[in-house]
Design a protein around this ligand. Sequence first.
Ligand code: SAM
Length: 285
Amino acid sequence: MPEGGVSNNRATLYIVATPIGNLDDISLRAIRVLREVDRIAAEDTRHSRRLLQHHGIDRPMLALHEHNERQAVKKVLQLLEQGQNLALISDAGTPLISDPGFPLVRACREAGIRVSPLPGPSALIAALSVSGLPVDSFCFHGFLPRSPGPRRDRLQALAAETSTQVFYESSHRILHALRDMVEVLDAGREVCVARELTKQYEDVMQGSLAEVLAMVEADGMRQRGEFVIVLAGAPARETNLPSAEAMRVLDVLLDELPLKQASALAARITGEKKNLLYRLALERR
Ligand code: SAM
């Protein structure tokens, strides 16, 4: 069980989440671990130094970014195998989430090296938490393809998904992405566009796709910065839903019985399909 600082027993790679804007959004344990590790692997060492200086952290750094990832992974593995403790940070938020780090974590896992998370900010979770859209089931897609054809194809492929859909977007493509969503999806579908979260010009826009597109089009300032698009899922098809009464019966039984028994009994009482009730029961749990 991890305690406060770095482990003395076993070399560890710490995956440390850092702020997505406000430099104070970092955990006390993250600061402690960053002060104690032998070395910090960072996506952009110059960028991260500002954050580290702000918190009085002064450890040797090494660069690990998408252009040198293969060599950097080798180097980090060597240091860990020599018994050093290392931390991985990215420019913002949680490493590996649309950021470098996956090959490194994979290689550590394969080599039996301990990898320990220091959880903290991630733009997708921050945006979801204020979106006002359902968060019980969501799907994160990272960035949409840059070119229009593949971007629209991707949106088309996701059009019938009923869970909330989350995308990252940059200032270069926010208008294109929203315009494509209006064209490919239903312009009335609800969306939340979260811009510059935790920063000075934090701005959360919500409404239908057509309304939010109009807000962004009308104001050049609102096209700047970093964005998370949180898109409501497609409405569930009526034929896939049992009656409200069946759901009420299922909920009552789920309070008292194991999931399988509750859904089988609810199906017998209401005449609905057992498989459908079982799937919904799983979602409820
Ligand atoms: N690893 C990061 C995380 O955990 O959120 C994401 C890194 S990804 C390279 C950068 C993208 O995250 C931006 O283009 C934007 O879509 C989103 N993002 C990062 N910071 C943000 C912020 N403060 N407000 C809104 N979106 C942000």
